[in-house]
Design a binder for this molecule. Sequence first.
Ligand code: GUN
Length: 298
Amino acid sequence: MSSDKIIDGKAFAAGLRQRVASAVPAFVKAAGRKPGLAVVLVGDDPASQVYVGSKKKATVEAGMESFEYRLPDSVSQGELITLVEQLNADDGVDGILVQLPLPSHIDDKAVIAAIDPAKDVDGFHVVNAGRLAVGEDAFVPCTPLGCLMLLKDRLGDLSGKNAVVIGRSNIVGKPMAQLLLAENCTVTIAHSRTEDLADVVRRADIIVAAVGRPEMVKGDWLKDGAIVIDVGINRLAPTDGEHKGRLVGDVAFDEALGHVGAITPVPGGVGPMTIACLLRNTLVAAHRRAGLLAPEGL
Ligand code: GUN
């Protein structure tokens, strides 16, 4: 197995976090305060608790202020929106992240709509989605932003490449397609109703798989030399043969290695990029809100 085929997202994310952290002291000097990220967690979903804990740790490690709000499952939509409005009005808060999913009695669209777009470091607000679509400066959702950084790091110019994004979610698939289009790729968005997915994937120079179905993309679907970004994080059942609870992506990694030019592993590929991009977006939000020029090269 040739390791130069494996895209080390963990190392790239560590570098980005370092670049963010090293830009914080100059911001503190100019603005007289630290950049601040508020994270709101509703309920006690174990996976969300782990994500929120990791976000807090990374925020503090980057020299930023972390504000954490843990609300019970029973909180009403109105109470949650009131908290968001308080955070919008709080000058020490540059970024607001409401961890998804929310309990079923809360409409996540209404909550996201309440976030000030200037503090929407998740890039989920329709204003940011719209800005991305029309090519204006926008906060871009962290996972697709991280995927794009890994692709550009590996390929340089993406112009003219055939890119296939598998998955059409608002959080990953759609913004990913917009980002690739802005890089002059020819973009196809495939999804659960796509016919002959294997044939669609076979034409791709770049594949971003974000469907959440373990090892769905097979090695022989891939064009020789294709670059594969695997967003999937699927835990196989403890009863699943010899695999026993292993984490796998949406791409059959071992099979794919024989075909690809490069591929992100799971774990250690896209996952670490998401938090690093959240810190990057928070630093950019802080600069914009303070009327300062955001540092280049992030
Ligand atoms: N849940 C899973 N990923 C994310 C994310 O990137 N942002 C938020 N807010 N919730 C999530």
